[in-house]
Design a protein around this ligand. Structure first.
Ligand code: HEC
Ligand code: HEC
Length: 240
């Protein structure tokens, strides 16, 4: 009887060990794989043309409102109409009178990627591979964050003191302590992290989380959203 118990205890231990040893790394790998796919999706959302190294069509996107002073190539980026906060006219894009043409993607969060894929405007995504289209759809379904809690009157709700540690550990090697190195930004931006974080906080957050298309910028999606907000709070203390 006790032998039998002993054997079954050992069997259970071995089985548990095998299960743990095989399933844990696989799960960690899946998670890491998903994080990098979500980040890729976020960068495609930012500017898929830069990633596939092709020029957008030379004429303006017919979906884009006429009369706005935007370079034609810009009108073919997802972010141009859906925004850095994914809220279209309900967010930072909602200022001008033309903004009726800008739609929110917030209700697409959580939808199956197959459904999203069919809505991503074939004319805009025509050059993307299936894998890229899947990553973009996965980003819209599971990778966009709800910006409602991120900012209050344009200020990050995070803690700048904690953000400083992340900045000094992970960012100064490229951007320098004053945040003025290595920054180009979007057309019209000033080359300074302080400026971008203060004037374009949703843009800064999206790029920190997902990386920058075609550039050697980290993707910090593995950090918790609160830590990203701490970092953004610190960037907002840097000189513009
Ligand atoms: C020129 C403006 C414009 C661009 C660029 C644009 N969209 Fe849209 N998008 C819209 C508008 C307007 C709607 C809502 C009306 C419609 O379905 O045409 C929409 C709807 C959507 C929807 C469906 C949302 C819903 O709830 O119905 C998805 C998903 C979407 N877009 C994804 C994308 C992706 C991904 C890209 C980049 C590859 C992109 N869009 C680029 C204007 C744009
Ligand atoms: C390996 C060098 C490198 C490191 C390390 C790095 N960056 Fe970058 N970063 C870049 C490059 C290159 C760009 C692209 C330049 C551009 O287009 O503005 C960039 C762009 C950015 C942008 C986008 C600016 C904009 O809106 O266009 C932000 C924000 C940013 N970095 C913040 C950070 C933060 C915060 C850290 C630390 C967590 C960091 N970076 C670490 C190289 C780096």
């Amino acid at each position: 009887m006790s032998d039998c118990l002993y054997v079954s205890w050992r069997t259970a231990a071995v089985v548990t060990c095998v299960l743990l040893c095989t399933s844990l790394p696989v799960r960690a790998q899946d998670l890491a794989g998903q994080l990098s796919t979500l980040s890729l999706g976020g960068r495609l959302y930012d500017n898929h043309w830069a990633i596939i190294e092709r020029d957008p069509p030379v004429e303006s996107n017919p979906l884009y409102p006429a009369g706005l002073a935007v370079a034609t190539g810009e009108t073919w980026r997802c972010v141009a109409c859906h925004g850095w906060d994914y809220r279209g006219r309900e967010g930072h894009l909602g200022r001008g009178s033309q903004s009726v043409a800008f739609a929110s993607l917030r209700s697409s969060a959580g939808k199956p990627t197959g459904e999203i894929k069919s809505e991503t405007h074939a004319a805009i995504t025509i050059k993307l591979s299936d894998t890229e289209l899947e990553a973009l759809s996965l980003f819209i379904s599971a990778g966009q964050h709800d910006t409602a809690n991120d900012l209050k009157d344009g200020k990050s709700t995070g803690d700048a003191t904690s953000g400083k540690d992340i900045f000094e550990g992970a960012c100064v090697s490229c951007h320098q302590a004053d945040g003025k190195a290595y920054i180009i930004g979007e057309p019209g931006d000033r080359p300074s992290l302080g400026w971008v974080a203060t004037r374009r906080p949703e843009q800064a957050l999206h790029k920190i989380k997902n990386g920058v298309p075609g550039a050697d910028m980290l993707s910090l999606r593995f950090l918790r959203q609160e830590q990203l907000l701490d970092l953004l709070a610190y960037l907002q203390t840097l000189e513009e």
